[in-house]
Structures are given as structure tokens and as C-alpha cells.
Design a protein. Sequence first.
Length: 119
Amino acid sequence: QAQLVESGGGSVQAGGSLRLSCAASGRTFSRYVIGWLRQAPGNEREFVASIGMGGNTFYRDSVKGRFSISRDEAKNTVYLQMNSLKPEDTAAYYCALSLWSWSPTPNYWGQGTQVTVSP
């Protein structure tokens, strides 16, 4: 089993920044992708960004140029730097791990961290 623990959520005003962290522990895997998803009340969970073993990254269109995903392999931690935050970014953010390649149904999930952006 793998454990994912998110941190770094909070409340900011529009235009502000936050950095989310996802610390992975437990079983190690030879190939996997870690990503961030979010879910706002009344909405479906949606993909935000992902990063693969080779460092390749993907973003949903609405966060391109504002969010940046990165990883520190020595710390087994993935980060999501969120700049120029908008009220529509308000959601619970989840870190997730998919084995081999990104999947809409990741194998492991964190507990989530709340991000609230006020106008």
C-alpha cells in the first residue's frame, strides 16, 4: 500500500498563491504518475495536473500558466504551486497516484486539502 498526505491548503484572496504538497510513503513502485484533482461542492471531481516519472507534466486548460506541478524525488513529495488564484479554483484538492500511466481512477488517494479563494 502507498500513503499520500496532502498539506498546504488554506484561504487566500483572488490573485494570491498557495503551494500544496503531497508526501508519499509506503510501498514503492517502479513506474507511476502522481496527479492532483479537485472537487468543488456540487461539481464532479476534475483533473488538475499530473507529473510522470520522467518529469512530463500535464495540466487542465484553465490552470495552464498559473499552476505548476513538480516533484522532489529525495523527499518523495510532489508539489502544486498555484499562482494567480481565482474564486473558481475553490475546491478540495486531492493528490492521487496511478500505476504505470495516469488513469481517471487512480490507485491511491490522499485525504484532500481545502483551498478557498475569496473575490
